[in-house]
Design a protein around this ligand. Structure first.
Ligand code: PBG
Length: 330
């Protein structure tokens, strides 16, 4: 007589919490998180970002407390983004090279407060250009690759001199990783890492970020001549291969949730650590659903972040870093 029960019951290992814990294939911990934060001029300023409920722009004097919070929560690294005042924006973005600019002050404040906390700094000219693009613009509107790379090297060195641990070029110019690596080596910054935004897509999900850093109002046109086409995945492999050949220590995929297939592809093809950025629009989208009462924040946040790990990420940049770390250590 044939048995009338299934030979394999996959539910068996799911029945009890101890068994589910034992069989979990992936884990999430605060050590997987990079906390992006926005910094602004002034003293004693906590300025809410309108499009990102729960996220604030902080003045430099508020960063020490944030650094202590990150360390207390077990978050290994923070990422810095400056809100630049309009009068500091120029065609050539030269504020990027000012050793006393806001982001350099922020790096020093963070390293001063918590020398052991990793500080990652974006490299791209969009906080400083009057047209809001990541690169230099020719009179005819084209974004100039090689001239931009020269400035990016100066910007990266400016950050490294201020104490940045990780340089994260997000500009998508060709050849910038090699040029930045050479610049860093030339000044003896052998231990400063490069996390390359290797597969960065021209995405609708950056809208709230542009509000947070004040570049949205300035941006002329779009970034499609340098950021990737969302239609492409094989091209992402070429981008990553190039950045590895040029000396990147790790690579990033961005945005996150709509591009987890790219994370998996990169993870399977290369042995370099891959990170993903759960960007501002993903955060805003989830917050809108939470505000509408249709998503449970804590569960949804942890589920999305575990999804990044399952897709193959070594870690995730997420505005939910402090919340997730709290939930994970509770
Ligand atoms: C700038 C930069 C952007 C983001 C990180 N670095 C925006 C852009 O490329 O327009 C987006 C991050 C986010 O949306 O959270 N080069």
């Amino acid at each position: 007589m044939t048995p009338t029960f299934p030979a394999t019951r996959l539910r068996r290992t799911r029945v009890a919490p101890w068994s589910r814990a034992l069989h979990a294939e992936n884990t999430l911990s605060p050590a997987d998180l990079i906390w992006p934060m926005f910094v602004t001029e002034g003293r004693g300023v906590t300025d809410p970002v309108g499009t990102m409920p729960g996220v604030d722009r902080l003045s430099v004097d508020r960063l020490a407390a944030t650094a202590h919070e990150a360390v207390a929560l077990g978050i290994p690294c923070v990422a810095l983004f400056p809100f630049t005042q309009g009068h500091l924006r120029t065609e050539d973005g030269k504020e990027a090279l000012n050793p006393d600019n806001l982001v350099c002050q922020a790096i020093m404040a963070l390293k001063d407060a918590e020398p052991g906390l990793g500080v990652l700094v974006d490299v791209a000219l969009d906080p400083y250009t009057s047209h809001g693009h990541d690169g230099l613009m020719h009179d005819d509107g084209r974004i100039l690759n090689d001239a931009t790379v020269d400035v990016l090297v100066g910007q990266a060195l400016n950050h490294a001199r201020a104490g940045a641990d990780v340089i994260a070029p997000s500009d998508m110019m060709d050849g910038r990783v090699a040029a930045i690596r050479a610049g860093l080596e030339g000044e003896g910054f052998h231990e400063v890492q490069i996390m390359a935004y290797a597969a960065k897509y021209a995405s609708a999900f950056y809208g709230p970020f542009r509000d947070a850093v004040g570049s949205g109002g300035y941006l002329k046109g779009d970034k499609k001549t340098y950021q990737m086409d969302p239609a492409n995945s094989r091209e992402a492999i070429r981008e990553v291969a190039m950045d590895i050949a040029e000396g990147a220590d790790s690579v990033m995929v961005k945005p996150g949730m709509p591009y987890l297939d790219i994370v998996r592809l990169v993870r399977d093809r290369f042995d370099i650590p891959v990170f993903a950025y759960q960007v501002s629009g993903e955060y805003a989208m989830m917050e809108a659903a939470i505000a509408a009462g249709v998503l449970d924040r804590d569960r949804a946040v942890l589920e999305t972040l575990l999804g990044f790990k399952r897709a193959g990420c070594a870690g995730v940049l997420t505005y939910y870093a402090p919340l997730a770390a709290k939930l994970l250590t509770r």
